[in-house]
Design a protein around this ligand. Sequence first.
Ligand SMILES: *Cc1c(COP(=O)(O)O)cnc(C)c1O
Length: 367
Amino acid sequence: MSRYWSSLVHSLTPYEPGEQPKLPDLVKLNTNENPYPPSPRAVAAILGELGDNGGLLRLYPDPNADRLKEAVAARYARFGISPQQVFVGNGSDEVLAHAFPALLKHEAPILFPDITYSFYPVYCGLYGVGYRTVPLTDSFEIHVDDYRDYRHGAPSNGGIIFPNPNAPTGRLLPLSAIERLLAVHPGSTVIIDEAYIDFGGETAIALVNRHPNLLVVHTLSKSRSLAGLRVGYAVGHADLIEALERVKNSFNSYPLDRLAIAGAVAALQDEEHFETTRKAVIDSREKLAGDLRALGFGVLPSAANFIFVRHARRDAGQLAEGLRQRSIIVRHFKLPRIDQFLRITIGTDEQCRALVEVLREILGHRR
Ligand SMILES: *Cc1c(COP(=O)(O)O)cnc(C)c1O
């Protein structure tokens, strides 16, 4: 605290990312990073971009990252997406941040689930966006009809945002439910944060050309193993993209550096590596879910690269602490409704085995 702070800064409650401890030999299953390396083609492109002695780094990158927008549009060509329908940013967190003042700040409060990505209320605080949370069902699902609010005659809100699959639950909504939501709220911006969609869902990018109010946000941090490169993008109607560009160009002209643009383009073009690693994560998820059920955990159905689990008898906080003492870290949110759950990132099969071994020990199961 300081008298030099603005009143805005006094009022902020910043987001707390999962920890990144600098301990060796840690089994790190707490921040949904991909356990596999990124595409070797991405790594080669990053090295190539350095040029001789890093000479290219003298020069500013393309402020519009046109190559990357073209690569995203090409990847979704089957849905008729053009580069003018793509926005790119420094991680999808930055894309989401710009969406709040650009597309979600209106008279009425925006809506998001009571249990969801905890960055959304933080952006609301920073940009002065009012919000109301809509409870998930008892089975932790989003029920799109709960987003209807007829207090003012027609359904009204300042916008709707949620991840699909939702975080930290992993539960997926089918595209048909999202279409129903879009049909009921034609006057609201609907933002679907698809950070985990590649691990088991169908992307709503398929709906973008039929719904001018839909923005779909993706990241290369999870399914492309590039959390350290910081690249995210959004796909929507060109008018929505223009709003994001106006905010971005009032903030930072060069959010993506040369290495990020080069690496991201190459990663998006390596479909084979993407398919192999994505399938490996999905297979490990199903195996781990089965192993944990056998140890007495309830496991929510997950379409993400993590699972959300609750033990029938043991306290989640104590389990997380027991794991930590044995060098395995998972995420435990001390929040209403979910304080007895652990969110466990899917690691390699070896990491998952280590987790199951240690849990078996903690729970006193015989081998
Ligand atoms: C990981 C995550 C993001 C942020 O991803 P970055 O691109 O690394 O900033 C956004 N939304 C959700 C729901 C996430 O889990």
